[in-house]
Design a protein around this ligand. Structure first.
Ligand code: AQP
Length: 320
């Protein structure tokens, strides 16, 4: 059956968007072989605090478990602990043009106005291609911001196969439903994001209930005064309706005021996050358990990754 890979950067501030858009679909698809990869190497492409990357890596693994990812069915791995990712990265760089990497929109956006751009930011999409190809991944859930990178991964795989012989599975992107894109509560034109400097628009998965209540109470709405699902004209209200739908698993009813809508959203979000928080607290009591899960995930997927690298080395002309 087609293998699926979902990545999470350990950049802190995991939010409701990560849960609804990525963790829940991962849990829902656990009848298929899946890998949840914590992309710690990717988080080194921008200014970073070493201790935080390490802590955040364990936090993401713990939150994945708390959200219901079953390590018996989904391998949870830390990217850097499987050196085959970086070995394949180099081989793929030898099949990628400089121009291909430099024209990635995310590279342009993240490097713009930045005086010290890391070389790894340029080559990030090639590492992402290695992450996907090394595990013979058939499906990658991608949002709009990653679709160009997935296209590059497909191009590199296809080119490598054509030039050096069939080596890689060419992956397909699968689109999350548009409804699963959760927007920032303070600025609903942007997606809810870990790296947004302001926490005003973010519902943190581990935030206390009171903080979440306040963030929802202050969510930007509009002056229309009616609760309608209208993404173009009422993006804030529509986002709240989408959150409600995702958290209560039913179509929202009628609301007479924005206050009433926000109260119901708060309750629904709390109902979803309370068990995640409780499970997270339990798991945090024994950090060695989470490290063991990562070690088991590594042991599970590494033989296949090593075999892919062996094939790629052979094909490109290296001694095995
Ligand atoms: N707002 C969102 N709504 C739905 N899904 C989302 N995801 C991210 N934001 C939303 C999904 O969460 C997974 C992990 O994302 P990531 O760690 O790769 O980071 P990202 O996609 O770059 O978005 P973030 O979490 O907001 O981080 P920053 O701010 O660092 O860019 C992915 O499957 C993603 O689609």
């Amino acid at each position: 059956m087609t293998r699926r890979l979902t990545g999470f950067q350990p950049t802190g501030n995991l939010h409701l968007g990560n849960l609804i858009g990525a963790m829940r679909p991962l849990v829902a698809a656990q009848d298929r072989p899946s890998i949840a990869m914590i992309a710690d190497l990717h988080s080194l492409t921008m200014e970073h605090d070493p201790a935080r990357v390490r802590d955040n890596t364990l936090t993401v693994a713990t939150v994945l478990l708390a959200a219901g990812v079953d390590p018996g069915r989904t391998a949870i791995i830390a990217q850097s602990q499987i050196p085959e990712h970086t070995e394949l990265h180099y081989l793929l760089e030898c099949a990628t043009g400089y121009g291909e990497a430099a024209r990635m929109i995310q590279f342009k956006e993240k490097s713009q106005g930045n005086t010290s751009v890391r070389l790894s930011l340029l080559t990030y999409p090639v590492l992402m291609a290695a992450d996907i190809l090394v595990h013979d991944t058939g499906q990658v859930p991608v949002g709009d911001d990653q679709s160009q990178h997935l296209e590059l991964a497909r191009t590199i795989a296809t080119r490598f196969n054509a030039r050096y012989g069939k080596t890689f599975t060419v992956p397909e992107g699968i689109r999350p439903e548009s409804a699963s894109r959760i927007m920032d509560l303070a600025d609903p034109s942007r997606k809810m994001s870990k790296s947004s400097p302001s926490a005003a628009g973010r519902i943190g998965l581990l935030d206390p209930p009171e903080t979440i209540r306040k963030v929802i109470a202050r969510a930007v709405t509009d002056t229309a005064g009616v609760v309608r699902h209208d993404r173009d004209n009422q993006p804030g209200v529509t986002n709240l309706l989408e959150i409600l739908r995702a958290c209560s698993d039913r179509e929202p009813g009628e609301f007479t005021s924005y206050g009433a809508l926000k109260r119901e959203v708060t309750e629904a979000v709390e109902a979803v996050l309370t068990p995640v928080r409780a499970r997270y607290a339990e798991l945090s009591e024994d950090p060695s358990h989470v490290r063991k899960i990562l070690a088991e995930g590594k042991a599970w997927v590494q033989p296949r990754a090593a075999e892919t690298v062996r094939r790629a080395r052979e094909a490109i002309g290296l001694l095995n």
